[in-house]
Design a binder for this molecule. Sequence first.
Ligand code: KG4
Ligand code: ZN
Length: 352
Amino acid sequence: MTSPIVIGIETSCDETGIGIVSGTTLLAHQVASSMDEHVAFGGVIPEIAARAHVTEFLPVLDAALAEANITLDDVDAIAVTAGPGLAGALMVGVAGAKALAVATGKPLYGINHLIAHIGVGFLDDVGADLHNVNQLGALLVSGGHTEMLKINSLTSDVELLGSTIDDAAGEAYDKVARLIGAGYPGGPVIDKMARQGNPTAFKFPRGLTAPKFMGNAEEPGKDRYNWSFSGLKTAVSRAVEQFELRDMNVPANDIAASFQEAVADVITHKAVLAATEHGIDHILLGGGVAANSRLRALLTERTEAAGIGLTIPPINLCTDNGAMVAALGAQLVADAVEPSPMNFSADPTQSV
Ligand code: KG4
Ligand code: ZN
């Protein structure tokens, strides 16, 4: 049988993404983002995101079909992000996907967004041979998630090893950027500022690394592989205050560099620890924060030192997109997994 052609639809946050794959071959990858409309508010406004998905759904679909040079008749299945994400935003994608499925009679798959971030790693375009890895793990870091996962089976058994107990890493970047007056979204700006700053100027806390949280390998603490970024954000806020109270210039570049170092250090430390203690021999990195230069460098260094392989997909496949949803959908079709019932709902709090 030829590889199934699957359309993937992603609308969980501010990106309207529609991708098309044939098996593991990427045929189309179209994304429209409403980020420009959120910048003035310093964060994604759910109502604006949902409305933008309504506007963009059909143009992005048309662009994807044109890029793949196919029509809806050629499609074997439709996949759509069911959760987690913003409720109203998810509902637009799910409703649109259901309409397409009813109109075309094609099977429909409701997809978990987190697992789709991993599914994208199996596309030929990523160039990694993840099928030949003994035990795959995934580190997802974005504005909405910070998770370490163990992938026993992509389509049926993904285990959550650790996650943030408060802010996502990207969220912490965005909040700290606001504190130092760096604009939104904060990640890229802080990354740039950090290049001009000293990463050891401030000793910012690495959350949940005290022995009472970590325990040891034999008796792991509850938060051994979990992250917390709220204390770090407070520490940055206090540092900024100290300078402002004295009417001194805030050393924004040093704060950015020291904050970035703290985030990259604690994320990579716990991810590599979780991998080592769970027999994971290859990590796939995903999410928008995968663009961060320090996180990439430190994760490369620490996985190499631990003898763990690392795949970082091209950044436009790390950030939210439809190709990842299509990639996972194609694997579900290949594994003969039953399509979702037509009455499934968007699930904003869905876990793995
Ligand atoms: O995956 P993504 O596009 O959307 C979701 O949040 O799901 O990730 C966006 C996040 C934002 O918080 C943004 O500040 C962060 O990724 N980001 C970065 C960098 N580029 C984007 N964070 C750190 N360094 C970067 N270079
Ligand atoms: Zn995402």
